[in-house]
Design a protein around this ligand. Structure first.
Ligand SMILES: [Zn+2]
Length: 300
């Protein structure tokens, strides 16, 4: 039996069930007070929380949420695209050691082990500090075997630059999820990412200002029809609370950006677009399980 670490300790990968692969319980500017999140889940059994230190990761809050709600929460190490100065002031291996510690010993004094490494490239591209973090993430991946999941700017095809750096570092690209790849309808881009072995995150359902829902659905349906269901995972990149946008503004500008959107709206739309139940189970259950069941790093 293979197990994966969650906020409440190891869980059998067979018990992950329908899994949202890129969410945030709470994101906040570091140092600002937390609120209490409300969590609802339509048959979703697991959420992968990709909140990093520069998004205000609060491990005690994640544990409290995991205790209170019947959803398994996997937590991440790594850095988003606003790294604190520390990360450019120390060598790649020193940064990798921080990630490895989160994965092997646990985050802070919580004992909660990270199950995935998050890193990010945004509109500025691969700046020196971002390259530093991508390489540290690659080395931590190989040292521990846990997968990498990235934030990208799809319009700039930044997943390609990430893959190039990971490959240079010797990472098996099958251990990488290139996130936010559903933000474009330029299908050549996600096809290329998958041809090189990675899984892609179709993980921003509800962010219609980046790409309308109908287009997101059409893209996933088309790629399923082409045989790519085994290399896609679904999620919202949503949060219960953030201090980066007021609740009122969030409800007004992104009314469908919440954890139920895929269950309530997207799965029916995918079915209507011809996506089979097998493909849906593949993207929501089998792919997440396989990603966390595989542990190999350098030995792969
Ligand atoms: Zn995210």
């Amino acid at each position: 039996m293979t197990a994966v670490e969650t906020a409440l300790g190891p869980v059998a990968t067979a018990d992950l069930g329908p899994t949202l692969m890129h969410e945030h319980i709470v994101t906040r500017s570091p140092g600002v007070h937390e609120n209490w999140p409300h969590l609802f889940a339509r048959g979703i059994r697991t959420i992968v929380d990709l909140t990093t230190v520069d998004l205000g990761r609060d491990i005690d809050l994640l544990v409290a949420v995991a205790r209170r709600f019947p959803v398994q929460v996997l937590v991440a190490t790594g850095v988003w695209w606003m790294p604190p100065r520390h990360f450019s002031a120390h060598g790649v291996d020193a940064v990798a050691d921080l990630f490895i510690r989160d994965i092997t010993q646990g985050i802070g004094t919580s004992g909660v082990k990270a199950a995935i490494i998050k890193c990010a490239t945004d509109t500025a591209g691969v700046t020196p500090v971002i390259e530093h973090i991508l390489r540290a993430s690659a080395r931590a991946q190989q040292a521990t075997g846990v997968p990498i999941s990235t934030h990208t700017w799809a319009a700039g095809r930044s997943g390609e630059a990430q893959q190039a750096i990971f490959a240079q570092e010797g990472v098996d690209l099958r251990r990488v999820i290139i996130g936010h790849s559903g933000d474009t309808d330029d299908l050549a881009y996600p096809r290329g990412l998958m041809a090189r072995g990675s899984t892609i995150g179709m993980d921003r359902f509800g962010l219609d200002h980046l790409l309308p829902t109908a287009t997101r659905v059409a893209v996933v349906a088309q790629l399923c029809a082409e045989g790519y269901a085994s290399q896609m995972v679904l999620s919202h990149d949503a949060n219960c609370w953030t201090d980066m946008q007021s609740e009122e503004d969030k409800r007004r500008t992104r009314p469908h950006w919440h954890y139920n959107h895929i269950s309530d709206d997207i799965l029916p739309a995918l079915r209507a677009a011809g996506v089979t139940e097998e493909h849906i189970a593949q993207m929501l259950v089998h792919n997440p399980r396989a990603i966390f069941e595989t542990r190999h790093g350098r030995q792969a």
